[in-house]
Each structure stands twice: as structure tokens, then as C-alpha cells.
Write a protein that binds this ligand. Structure first.
Ligand code: DAH
Length: 339
């Protein structure tokens, strides 16, 4: 009996040493100390022992039981500590590791160029005027010296909401709106969206942006117009850019000009982008027509002014060397992320 108990002790101790985890440990406990366990079975059979044997074996069995229980508890604590350590290691935060970067959005390239242009003119003392995209025929055409049957309407066909209301084809109607409401001196730019009945290709879109400019005061001359626009172009493209004023016709300015800048690809030599001309047209301008001043209640004998209309998309294309207008509106992040 004594030997049997010692064997149980050995077997239990070996099993304990080999137990790798809480489940295995529990199995050992059940096997030896559980209700139907091996040691329990021995204790249950004590009744069959002689009077002399009983206390000796009983004491030994109890001693084995408490020593096994203690060993079990110790092993349990050891396992729990190891598990805890593992959990902490897994949860550890390395404060020296780089964080997850949150990507910030940015302004659309057209907005960036628009802001740039606004800043330049604000720096020259201009203020910003905004007006409606759904515009009266009167402001878009009539008051700008483009009556109903004027051929200039052909090149600026648009969506007619009714006979008197159109989607504006230019920001020039803002000249009239401002002059009607403000007494000179006037110095404004009017940026915004304009619409024309054009089909989409690399350089045309039915929706695009213009920035209108208007200066009216006593004694304003063509020299002021040239100085202002040259300052603007040099601020935008750098002082090396050459600027050319070429005579043109607009119904609401007299004289009128188109302004070209030296080609950004060839620098003026002539290439595919400038169609061999060495120059790229970026805006129209002129001295405000006396009739337009009079239409707005400003005496052309006292005041004079100049006006200009800049095409935003063209400016941005030239600035960033972009050869297709459609890229601006396709929302392709590979394109947009470059700016
Ligand atoms: N509105 C004209 C266009 O869309 C551009 C323009 C030309 C505006 C001459 C002006 C100007 O203010 O004086 O083609």
C-alpha cells in the first residue's frame, strides 16, 4: 500500500512537471485528486486496512495529497504568470514607432491657381465681385454692346432658359452689374464659372472658368492696362515670360487686344503646343467702350476704364504643363495628387 502511494506520488509529480497549460493541469488534478482520482481511491479503501496500518497509511496519503495540492497551486501560479506576461508583451505599445498617417486633402489645381490669381490682384488693390451664373441676356450680351443679331453671339452660343435668361457665356456681365451699382473709382475682379455650347475635347469644355477684371477712374489709359496685366503675368509665370499685346476686336472694348505669353514648352521658338507660333493666348482685354460706360450711367467724357477676361483653365494648363483640359474634371487621384 505504501509503495502504491509512493508510485502515485511519483506519477502525479511527473505528470505535473509535464503539464503545459491550464487544461493539462486540470486533467492532472482530476486524475489524481478528483472524486474518482487515484489517490482518492486509495483513501477510500482505507477501511480494509488493519488498525496498525491505518494511521500510518492515512498520514502518508494525507501528506501526499497536500504536497500534490501545493505543487498544483504553484504550477498554476507559474502558468498564470507566464500567460500574463505573454498577454502584456502582445499588447505592448512601442511609443517610438511612427503613427498611422492621416492623409490630408488638398485644393484642386484650378482652385490653387484661382487663389493665386486672386492674391495677385488683391495685392494690386482690387476687390472681388461675384455674380450669377444664370444671367439676363441683357447683362451677358445687350449691355455689352452685343445686340440680338450681332455675329459675336455665334461664338458664344449657350443654354437659353428663356428668351431673356441664359447661362452666362463670360464673366463680362459683371462689369455692367458693378458699374450700375458702384461709382468710380472701380477696381474689381469677378471670378466664376461660365458656359458655352462647345463639345468636349482636349481644349474645350461646355463649362469653364474666367476671371473678369475692371478698372474705371478718371484718366485711366492703355498704359495702365498693359502695366497691370504684365505685373499679373510676371507674378504668375515669372519675370522671364514675354508678354505680347495683339490687336483684336471685342464689342465692349475699344481698342481691344488679345494677350499672348511666350510658349512654356519651346520658350518662343515654335512647337506643337503653341502650334508653331511661339506664343499662347491667355486673355482678352481692352479699354471699356464708351457706350458700355454710358449704358451703366457713367459719363465717358469724365471717366475711362480698362477690362480684361482671363481663362482660368488655360492659365493652369500653362502653369502646370497640362495638355488636356479633361484631366481637371475626371477626379483621377493620380492626377490630382501631383499638385
Ligand atoms: N469675355 C471675353 C471672352 O469671353 C473676354 C474678354 C475680352 C473680357 C475683353 C474682357 C475684355 O473684359 O475687355 O472671350
Amino acid at each position: 500500500m505504501k509503495q502504491m502511494l509512493e508510485e502515485i506520488r511519483n506519477a502525479a509529480e511527473n505528470a505535473l512537471a509535464r503539464a503545459e497549460g491550464m487544461d493539462a493541469l486540470e486533467q492532472v488534478r482530476i486524475k489524481y485528486l478528483g472524486k474518482k482520482g487515484e489517490l482518492t481511491a486509495v483513501l477510500k479503501g482505507m477501511g480494509k486496512l488493519s488498525k496498525e496500518e491505518r494511521p500510518v497509511i492515512g498520514a502518508l496519503a494525507n501528506e501526499i495529497r497536500s504536497s500534490l495540492e501545493a505543487a498544483l497551486d504553484a504550477k498554476k501560479a507559474q502558468l498564470a504568470a507566464a500567460l500574463e506576461e505573454k498577454r502584456l508583451a502582445a499588447e505592448a505599445v512601442d511609443v517610438t514607432m511612427p503613427g498611422t498617417r492621416r492623409e490630408s486633402g488638398k485644393l484642386h489645381p484650378l482652385t490653387q491657381v484661382m487663389n493665386n490669381i486672386k492674391d495677385t490682384f488683391i495685392g494690386m488693390g482690387f476687390t472681388i465681385a461675384e455674380g450669377p451664373e444664370v444671367e439676363l441676356d441683357y447683362y451677358n450680351f445687350e449691355a455689352l454692346n452685343i445686340p440680338k443679331n450681332h455675329p459675336a453671339r455665334d461664338t458664344q452660343d449657350t443654354f437659353y432658359i428663356d428668351d431673356d435668361v441664359v447661362l452666362r457665356t463670360q464673366t463680362s456681365p459683371m462689369q455692367v452689374r458693378v458699374m450700375e451699382q458702384t461709382k468710380p473709382p472701380i477696381r474689381i475682379i469677378a471670378p466664376g464659372r461660365v458656359y458655352r455650347s462647345d463639345s468636349v475635347d482636349a481644349t474645350h469644355s461646355p463649362v469653364f472658368h474666367q476671371i473678369e477684371g475692371l478698372v474705371v477712374d478718371k484718366g485711366v489709359t492703355m498704359a495702365d492696362l498693359k502695366g497691370t496685366l504684365e505685373t499679373f503675368i510676371h507674378a504668375l509665370y515669372g519675370n522671364d515670360t514675354k508678354v505680347r499685346f495683339r490687336p483684336h476686336h471685342f464689342p465692349f472694348t475699344e481698342p481691344s487686344a488679345e494677350v499672348d505669353v511666350s510658349c512654356f514648352v519651346c520658350g518662343g521658338e515654335g512647337c506643337g503646343v503653341c502650334k508653331g507660333e511661339g506664343w499662347i493666348e491667355i486673355l482678352g482685354c481692352g479699354m471699356v467702350h464708351p457706350k458700355v460706360l454710358a449704358n451703366c450711367g457713367i459719363d465717358p467724357e469724365v471717366y475711362s476704364g480698362f477690362a480684361f477676361g482671363i481663362g482660368l483653365e488655360r492659365i493652369a494648363m500653362r502653369k502646370y504643363d497640362i495638355n488636356d483640359l479633361r484631366l481637371f474634371t475626371e477626379n483621377d487621384l493620380r492626377f490630382l495628387k501631383q499638385f
